[in-house]
Design a protein around this ligand. Structure first.
Ligand SMILES: Cc1ncc(COP(=O)(O)O)c(C=O)c1O
Length: 440
């Protein structure tokens, strides 16, 4: 057993893992390699190659002084967070290893994991938004996120302005000016710019670089609101928004990161400056993910690149088949964008087209339902990013709560079927889509 690192000066007693190997002779290791062991030292756990699941509600302190020092970190009395394990509502070994590995994908300074994508989003907003503040957000957003901003935070005196995901730099300037005027009138501040790109379910892309330039031009650096972005559809492989000017990246880890449709979790990545208050809020309300889910995610991250690559290749083949099909009105697939501003954003921000797309069936709800009911391999279920192909009808399911006029404005039509392609054999998937379209 390694010696316990008793540091009497600071009062910390945490056994330190050995330093991670992140480069060999100047060659930087890729995230897919680091997913096998980064952030975990087997010698701290009896040599167990994989981390044990730490099923405990609390952690014993080496001394009362160590306990005091840890609580100073937990409560924010001392910056930098907890230096040791304290209580499972605050932190735990499985969650910390997962946070270390998740951060690798975007070279994030800090990462936090949550019990769901929505608890990550809620904790983020509760941490950064106060009464009379204004949130600027792109549209559409995942319906529960829209509900949270428009119907729940408004109960506590926060307001919002929204803009279409496809907005130009000029439109972004205008929306920020509108938000600043609203905030001044209300006696609050512009608390956050919240983006979702690609948007659920339309796949519309937001120009993150343009929004960062617009925010930098509109605000003094010390009064700048953070730009947060939901990267669930393309992350962590095909889009890395921190590199394009975002400050905080959000994930429903339930999707591609988990990847097997067997868990629910969320993640937040970014600089400590922005994540500090979110960590404090998570400590207070207890939205951290549980150790078992964290362990499952560590297992999933080992194959995330393999799974996403295969799903992306399959989606390209399936979309090539659907593109000119007589029963198909159109496709919202990022791999087939026509030249224009969306293609320009895609080329600058994304390294892959993903495997989730919108399929517009000729007809309306009845035709779309017939198609969905006829699928034999693809499962009729909401969610995305799993090993299996899923199809759903956003207007009647995930976005049912969105008012009809807003659905129409956002392009969430009755003939829109959302498809998430999995890792099955692509010829089998094409055969399934072919026979289901024949039933329309
Ligand atoms: C883009 C996006 N963000 C957030 C969420 C919420 O994630 P969760 O279901 O893990 O709470 C979802 C769920 O579908 C989503 O699609």
């Amino acid at each position: 057993m390694p010696a316990i690192d008793n540091n009497d000066l600071t009062g910390t007693t945490r056994r330190k893992p050995k330093a991670d190997v992140t480069e060999i002779g100047g060659h930087a290791l890729s995230p897919s390699t680091l997913m096998m062991g980064y952030g975990y030292d087997p010698m701290l756990s009896e040599g167990s190659l994989k981390p044990p699941i730490f099923l405990t509600s609390t952690f014993a302190f080496e001394s009362a002084a160590a306990g005091k020092r840890h609580f100073e970190g937990i409560t924010g009395k001392r910056p930098g967070g907890a230096e040791g394990l304290v209580y499972s509502r605050f932190n735990g070994p499985n969650q910390e290893i997962l946070e270390a590995r998740l951060g690798v994908w975007e070279r994030a300074e800090d990462a936090l994991v949550f019990s769901s994508g929505m608890s990550a989003i809620a904790t983020l907003l509760l941490a950064h938004v106060n009464m009379n503040d204004v949130i600027v957000h792109s549209g559409p957003l995942y319906a529960a996120t829209e509900t949270l901003i428009a119907r729940i935070l408004s109960r506590f005196g926060a307001t919002y302005v929204d803009f279409p995901a496809e907005a130009s730099r000029e439109e972004m300037n205008a929306i920020l000016a509108e938000a600043q005027a609203m905030a001044a009138k209300q006696g609050g501040k512009v608390a956050m710019v919240y983006l979702e790109s690609p948007a659920n379910p339309t796949n519309a892309l937001v120009d993150v670089e343009a929004m960062r330039a617009a925010v930098d031009a509109a605000f003094a650096e010390d009064a700048r609101p953070p730009i947060a972005i939901d990267n669930t559809f393309l992350g962590p492989l095909w889009s890395k928004p921190l590199a394009h000017g975002a400050d905080i990246v959000l994930y429903s880890l339930t999707k591609y990161a988990g990847g097997h449709s067997d868990l629910v979790a969320g993640g937040v990545l970014g600089a400590k400056q922005w994540l500090g208050p979110i960590r404090m809020m998570r400590n207070t309300i207890g939205t951290i993910c549980d150790p078992h889910t964290a362990w499952m995610l560590l297992r999933s991250l080992e194959t995330v690149e393999l799974r996403m690559t295969r799903a992306g290749e399959n989606a390209e083949k399936v979309c090539a088949f659907l593109k000119d099909h007589p029963k198909v009105e159109g496709l919202g697939y990022l791999g087939f964008l026509d030249a224009g501003s969306q293609k320009d954003i895609f080329d600058r921000h994304c390294t892959g087209a993903g495997s989730t797309f919108s399929l517009f069936i000729k007809g309306g709800e009845a035709e779309s339902f017939r198609f969905l009911d006829a699928l034999k391999i693809a499962k009729l279920a909401v969610s995305l990013g799993g090993t299996e192909t899923l199809a759903s009808h956003p207007a009647a399911m995930t976005h049912l709560s969105v008012p009809d006029e807003r659905k129409a404005a956002l392009g969430i039509t009755d003939n829109l079927v959302r498809v998430s392609i999995g890792i099955e054999n692509s010829d089998d998937l094409i055969a399934d889509f072919d026979q289901a379209l024949a039933a329309v």
